[in-house]
Design a protein around this ligand. Sequence first.
Ligand SMILES: Cc1cc2nc3c(=O)[nH]c(=O)nc-3n(C[C@H](O)[C@H](O)[C@H](O)COP(=O)(O)O)c2cc1C
Length: 160
Amino acid sequence: MKIAILYHSETGNTAKIAEFIAEGAQSVNETDVKTMSLDAIDAEFATQAQCLIFGCPTYAASVSWQMKKFLDTTNLKLADKLGGVFATGDYLGGGTEVAELCMIAGLLVRGMLVYSAGFTRGNPLTHFGAVAIKSGDEPQRERAKIFGQRMAQKAKELFM
Ligand SMILES: Cc1cc2nc3c(=O)[nH]c(=O)nc-3n(C[C@H](O)[C@H](O)[C@H](O)COP(=O)(O)O)c2cc1C
């Protein structure tokens, strides 16, 4: 089960959270997880992946324009695959969830099956996806790992 984590990151915060999500996903048996920056996508791996998780920084209380451009224009086949999102920002209330909803809109338009676990799996509750302030403190990093684990478990349930 291949899981691709695609992120946009200028100063490294989102890239770090991508690694924590990957760690959580990789902790699930039979997963092969790869993180990749939008400017260095392993197209073969991403095409084979049945679960793709997208992350970006919050810009002006919304999705970064680089991620928006990617989701608007990519030729990657995303339809019928499991999708999830995460976002970083500098402060609480700065728009991380708006950034996530914008990514989710892009995934839905591409025909992805969007998942976050919501509150169905108990604590930690995840609503739209994983979020972190900058590169996250320890609890935020732990939540990112759990988010990755839950995404991988759901992908296995659906596709294996
Ligand atoms: C142009 C720009 C706009 C930003 N706007 C917001 C914002 O509206 N809300 C917020 O919380 N952080 C904002 N930030 C901060 C980034 O979202 C935050 O530092 C993020 O973690 C950077 O991710 P990166 O290190 O992966 O590039 C902004 C940063 C930049 C460069």
